[in-house]
Design a protein around this ligand. Structure first.
Ligand code: FES
Length: 293
């Protein structure tokens, strides 16, 4: 998977809503028919969606899954305001305008054969998309750790996979990943059975501590979630000297690089730089992101 010059592959489509399912805590999974977006999307891409024809300002949603052959794209989102509430009211057969896919994707390297995927809350979708990519590449042995403070939008089940180094009793896993043959574990502060009770980054820390030096050299972290979680991921990567790619979330107006409303500060090898999350990211090297403000 290579980062593309994404301006050449952003499409504007009138997408048809195929399915929309509600889960606890105002979470929704939306599937739309959007063939061009489905074909060009890569793990880490997002789409800028017009939630309702009356609402000109679009909302960015991370892509969770695609099927390029069937031409559909799936999102998991949570109602966070007026726009996403209107989106949740869209019914199968209705049309919504979609601009996408947008953004530089996650790019796993072959040297790091043990991808550690960490997703928190609405940062879970890109981790599912990346898992879908990795399961088709025999070179990788991914471990996916997901955290949420509201019930997950799926019914967790005891994992069929033993993960060396994982504490006893932490057995809850995501069924879709189990079906794909990918090991996963879940974390929450809410005391759900079989989950790690605490932050998902603490679970990652505990697991990383059990690895040998050789195994550690094969790990690369990929993460998406709230800023404090990503800051903790950057610290983890630094502590264990592991490469990490993180997907940042920012308020977005245009979504295509024109308004500079989504800039964040990076500390690059050539000095500080302001970068646009929408087109320079959303995926960045964790080492370079400045979390100080
Ligand atoms: Fe306008 Fe990123 S949202 S430049």
């Amino acid at each position: 998977m290579k980062p593309t010059n994404q301006r050449d592959s952003i499409f504007l489509e009138d997408a048809v809503v195929l399915e929309q399912h509600r889960y606890e805590a105002d979470q929704y999974i939306l599937r739309i028919r959007s063939p061009q977006c489905a074909k060009a999307a890569q793990p880490g891409s997002f789409a800028h969606i017009q939630c309702n024809p009356m609402l000109p300002l679009r909302r960015p949603l991370s892509i969770m899954r695609t099927d390029p052959n069937e031409g559909w794209v799936e999102f998991l989102y949570k109602i966070a305001g007026y726009g996403t509430r209107l989106l949740s009211e869209q019914k199968p057969g209705e049309t919504i305008s979609v601009l996408g896919p947008i953004g530089r994707p996650f790019v796993p390297t072959l040297k790091q054969r043990r991808p550690l995927l960490i997703g928190g809350g609405v940062g879970i979708p890109p981790m599912i998309f990346l898992s879908d990519y990795l399961r088709r590449q025999s070179a990788y042995q991914p471990l996916v750790l997901l955290g949420s403070e509201v019930p997950f939008p799926f019914r967790p089940r005891p994992s069929q996979f033993v993960i060396p180094g994982m504490q006893d009793g932490i057995i809850a896993a995501m069924p879709l990943l189990e079906d794909w043959g990918i090991a996963s574990r879940l974390a929450s502060l809410q005391g759900y059975p079989g989950h790690h009770e605490g932050y998902v980054t603490t679970l990652a820390h505990q697991w990383l501590q059990t690895l040998t030096n050789d195994a550690m050299t094969e790990v690369e972290i990929f993460a998406c979630g709230p800023h404090p979680m990503l800051a903790a991921v950057a610290e983890l990567a630094n502590e264990f000297s592991i490469p990490a790619q993180i997907s940042m979330e920012e308020y977005m107006a245009c979504g295509v690089g024109g308004c500079a409303g989504c800039t964040i500060r990076l500390n690059t090898s050539t000095g500080p730089a302001m970068k646009r999350v929408c087109v320079d990211g959303p995926v960045f090297n964790a080492k370079e992101v400045d979390f100080s403000n």
